[in-house]
Design a protein around this ligand. Structure first.
Ligand SMILES: *Cc1c(COP(=O)(O)O)cnc(C)c1O
Length: 354
């Protein structure tokens, strides 16, 4: 049996799994690289494959240095710990993943988060400027954070002009800008530009290797030499330093160098899904995705998201609820055009029953 086959997952051979792009399995090339990787002790004198991944990540993201971390959550945490003082605030779009899912980091950082209202993941610049005013003292801002593609905004991609505008506001005040770029490669694929161009205006950037890029584990944080040196020390402190980590870094290197160019296929599948679902209007409607995340509004069906998840699961389609009245569907390497047709047909059948 080929390991790369999604159907090798005995638990779900017949499911179309749209829960997340995190379900992607390593490619055959990743397994080969993992077996062949030169190894060392990353906690002692260094692991050569991890170092190679870190250098490549820095180059790909256009920064001086990179750091391999177990998760993008840890990358974002280290970006804060390395740059923000306790009692300082971090400004970010109100639906950012760093607020929605990661705000518990405040128990470790002592920095508090202020959400700024936004549209499609982009903060309102007037409200951002208001939050930066000295009149707001004693609040000091220690970081502004951006997110692209924006998870909660249905995979929306920030316009580069917006990112540049935020950076110039921040730079004028000496405030670092961090980019939660968990899906930065999806943003780059949508914009048709190199990843480094997406992160050009920010100081630090995190990138998840284990979502659409298909590595089994890991993420990278990139930034200036001194910030990454601080993050490396802090990574050890919070238990994120590992030993023969090249086994995983090898898969990450393959993710970083070989897996970005195919993401446009995932985006095409997401558009196919959105168009198919919108043909079922008016009871259902879906966003027009720029990348690989489709949000389905179920409010008019009179059935809640939990019921929809169960009914679709019974029809062989795995999804996740997004609040009470929406579903979130994510396309990835294991989803084919035929899978999308199957998903749309399942929605149609479930809809006939409401
Ligand atoms: C998934 C995600 C993260 C966290 O990544 P992990 O590797 O799961 O810790 C951070 N930010 C965004 C926008 C994400 O989508």
């Amino acid at each position: 049996m080929k390991r790369d086959e999604f159907s090798s997952d005995a638990a779900s051979p017949t499911f179309v799994d749209l829960r997340s792009d995190t379900v992607t399995r390593p490619t055959e090339a990743m397994y080969a690289q993992m077996c062949a990787a030169p190894l060392g002790d990353d906690g002692l004198d260094g692991d050569p494959t991890a170092r190679a991944l870190e250098e490549t990540a820095a180059a790909v993201l256009g920064k001086e240095a990179g750091l391999f971390v177990p998760s993008c959550t840890m990358g974002n945490l280290l970006a804060i710990l390395a740059q923000v003082q306790r009692s300082e605030q971090i400004l970010l779009e109100a639906q950012a993943h760093m607020i929605n899912t990661e705000r518990g980091a405040a128990t470790l950082t002592g920095a508090f988060l202020l959400g700024i209202a936004g549209i499609d993941g982009a903060m309102d610049l007037n409200q951002l400027e208001d939050a930066l005013r000295p009149a707001a003292s004693p609040l000091r801002t220690g970081m502004i954070a951006l997110e692209t593609s924006h998870n909660a905004a249905g995979g929306a991609v920030l316009p580069l002009a917006h990112m540049a505008a935020v950076s110039s506001l921040a730079r004028a005040r000496g405030i670092p800008v961090h980019l939660d770029g968990a899906r930065l490669f999806n943003a780059a694929a949508h914009l048709g530009i190199a990843p480094a161009e997406v992160s050009a205006s920010v100081d630090t950037v995190s990138l998840c290797l284990s979502k659409g890029l298909s590595a089994p584990v890991g993420a990278v944080l990139a930034g200036s030499e001194p910030v990454i040196a601080a993050a490396r020390r802090l990574r050890k402190m919070i238990g994120g330093t590992q030993r023969q980590v090249g086994v995983m870094a090898a898969a990450g290197l393959e993710a970083l160098t070989a897996m970005g160019s195919r993401l446009t296929e995932d985006h095409a599948r997401a558009r196919q899904l959105s168009e198919g679902l919108n043909a079922l209007r008016p009871l259902l409607s879906a966003n027009s995705p720029q990348t690989n995340i489709v949000q389905v509004d179920l409010a008019a069906t009179g059935r809640g998201s939990a019921r929809w998840v169960d009914d679709l699961e019974a029809a062989g389609i795995r999804t996740r609820p997004l609040g009470e009245a929406r579903l979130r569907l994510v396309t990835h390497r294991h989803i084919t055009a035929a899978d999308i047709e199957r998903a749309i047909a399942a929605f149609r059948i479930c809809l006939e029953a409401v």
